[in-house]
Design a protein around this ligand. Structure first.
Ligand SMILES: Nc1ncnc2c1ncn2[C@@H]1O[C@H](COP(=O)(O)OP(=O)(O)OP(=O)(O)O)[C@@H](O)[C@H]1O
Ligand SMILES: [Mg+2]
Length: 423
C-alpha cells in the first residue's frame, strides 16, 4: 500500500485484471450474500465463470445479518462473501457477529460501500481475508478468490488452446497440428498436443509417429496418472513437441464421462507452458466441458451454410458460458474450392459477428501431400500462403490477440511469464 493512499484514507485502486485470474480455483464451497443487484450480477457472472467450475458456488440476496441467521445452525462454507451497506461501526459489529457463527477455516470476503482505510485495517485485523469496495467486477472477484486459494509460489499453469471444427472434416486438426508445430519448432516453446479424437484422431499420422496408446491409457486409469506416467504416455515428436496420441482404433466407444479428461489435462498444464487440445467434431459432455474451460478456443469452419449455422451455435454457447472471456477465434478453411458456391468471408463473418483471424485457401495438392507424408505445411512449403497464415495465427495465439478479436489483457502477463521462463 502506498503512503499517499494511506494518508488520503482510501483503499488502493484494485486491478481487475490480475494474472491470478488465469488459473482455476480448487474445489471449495463458496456462499455469497449480496445486497445490491449490481453486486449480485457481478457475483453471478463470477460464479458461472470457467475458472470457478470446480467450486460449489451459491448466491443469495441478503445482508450480513441474514448470513448470521442462515449459518446460526448450519455449517459455513469454505468461503463466505458478504456484501454490506453498513457504516463502519455497524459493519465491524456485524462482522464480529458473523465470526461467532463461522466454522474455523471459513474465509470471509466483505464487499462494502465505504472507502476507508481504517475500516479496512480493522476488518483485516478481525480476521477478514479481504475487504473491497463496491462496485465490483467478476474478474476482480475471481482474482480475490484466487489470492486466497491459489499458492502464489506454485508453478504457473500452462495455457490451453482448444481447436474444434464447425463441421466434420473441415481441417480443425490440421490447423491445431500446424500451430503446435510452429510453436515448438520455430518459437522453441514446449507444447503438448492432446488428441481427444480417440477412435479417429490423426495427430500420430500427421506427425509421422507410431505412438503408444497415449491418451487412452491416461483416461483408463486417471488416478494412476502422475508426472512419471505422463512422461511415458507422451510421444516426443521433437525437442519441444510432445504428443498425447489417440489410438485411432475402434475397440472403445467415445462415450466418456464429463470429467474423464480433467485430471490428465490439468496435469499436463502443470508441467507444460502450452497445451493444444484437438477436440473432435462432437457434442458430448466432455467435449463441451473442454471447450468451455480452455483458455482459448479456435473454431475452424468451411464457408458453407451448415458450417455457418454450427459455428454460430458454437460461438453463441461459448460466449454465453464464457462471459468473462474474449469470444472464440475463427479460422475459415478451404476457401475457394473450384466451382463450389461459397458464402463470402464478409457475409460469413457478418452473420457470425466475428471476423476470421485467418482464411486458408483450399489447396488439395499442398495439404494432401503434407497429410500423406506426415509433414506440416511449413516443412513442405514455408513460402506458401497457408504456411504464412499458420505463422500469423500462431503469433496471435501465443502473443495475445493482435489479428482482430478482443485482447485478453489479463492473460498476457501469464504468457510472457511462461515464454520468458522457457525462452
Ligand atoms: N485448406 C485445405 N485445403 C485442402 N485440404 C485441406 C485443407 N485443410 C485441411 N485439408 C485436408 O482435409 C482433411 C481433413 O482435415 P482434418 O482431419 O484436419 O479435419 P478435421 O476438422 O480435424 O476433421 P474431423 O472432423 O475428422 O476431426 C485432411 O485430409 C486435410 O489434409
Ligand atoms: Mg480432427
Amino acid at each position: 500500500m502506498q503512503a499517499n493512499e494511506a494518508q488520503k484514507g482510501i483503499l488502493p485502486e484494485q486491478d481487475p485484471g490480475q494474472d491470478s485470474t488465469a488459473r482455476a480455483i480448487p474445489r471449495v464451497s463458496i456462499q455469497a450474500f449480496c445486497e445490491a443487484p449490481e453486486t449480485a450480477t457481478a457475483m453471478q457472472q463470477a460464479g458461472a465463470d470457467r475458472r470457478l467450475a470446480k467450486t460449489h458456488f451459491n448466491l443469495q440476496m441478503g445482508s450480513i445479518r441474514n448470513a448470521i441467521e442462515h449459518f446460526a445452525d448450519s455449517p459455513t462454507p469454505n468461503l463466505l462473501i458478504v456484501e454490506s451497506r453498513d457504516a463502519p461501526e455497524q459493519l465491524l459489529e456485524a462482522v464480529s457477529g458473523l465470526a461467532e457463527v463461522c466454522d474455523s477455516g471459513t474465509k470471509v470476503i466483505i464487499i462494502g460501500h465505504v472507502n476507508d482505510i481504517g475500516l479496512y485495517r480493522n476488518l483485516i485485523d478481525s480476521g477478514v481475508s479481504e475487504y473491497v469496495v463496491a462496485p465490483i467486477k467478476p474478474l476482480q472477484l475471481i482474482g480475490l478468490i484466487a489470492d486466497i486459494y491459489l499458492d502464489p509460489d506454485a508453478p504457473v499453469l500452462g495455457r490451453s488452446i482448444a481447436f474444434v471444427g464447425a463441421k466434420g472434416g473441415v481441417g480443425s486438426s490440421t490447423v491445431a497440428h500446424n500451430v503446435s508445430w510452429i510453436i515448438s519448432e520455430q518459437m522453441k516453446q514446449d507444447v503438448v498436443l492432446a488428441d481427444m479424437d480417440l477412435p479417429f484422431g490423426t495427430a500420430g499420422l500427421n506427425f509421422n509417429q507410431d505412438p503408444p496408446q497415449g491418451i487412452s491409457e491416461a483416461i483408463l486409469s486417471p488416478e494412476q496418472v502422475d508426472e512419471v506416467m505422463l512422461e511415458r504416455l507422451l510421444t516426443e515428436c521433437s525437442d519441444h513437441l510432445s504428443l498425447l496420441a489417440a489410438p485411432g482404433t475402434l475397440d472403445r466407444e467415445a462415450d466418456f464421462d464429463k470429467d474423464t479428461f480433467e485430471d490428465t489435462l490439468d496435469l499436463i498444464r502443470k508441467t507444460t507452458p502450452l497445451l493444444v487440445i484437438d477436440v473432435p467434431h462432437l457434442w458430448t459432455s466432455w467435449s463441451r466441458k473442454t471447450l468451455r474451460e480452455a483458455d482459448e478456443v479456435v473454431i475452424t469452419a468451411a464457408p458453407d451454410l451448415a458450417n455457418l449455422r454450427n459455428a454460430r451455435n458454437l460461438v453463441d454457447i461459448l460466449k454465453n458460458s464464457r462471459q468473462n472471456d474474449a469470444p472464440p477465434i475463427l479460422v475459415i478453411n478451404m476457401a475457394g474450392v473450384p466451382k463450389r458456391p461459397e458464402i463470402t468471408v464478409k457475409d460469413f463473418s457478418e452473420a457470425l459477428g466475428i471476423k476470421p483471424s485467418l482464411v486458408i485457401p483450399f489447396d488439395p495438392q499442398l495439404f494432401g501431400t503434407a497429410a500423406n507424408n506426415g509433414q506440416m505445411i511449413e516443412e513442405l512449403s514455408a513460402q506458401s500462403k497457408p504456411a504464412e497464415g499458420f505463422r500469423e495465427l500462431t503469433r496471435m495465439l501465443t502473443g495475445g490477440r493482435e489479428m482482430g478479436g478482443k485482447s485478453n489483457s489479463f492473460i498476457k502477463p501469464l504468457i510472457s511469464k511462461l515464454m520468458g521462463k522457457k525462452g
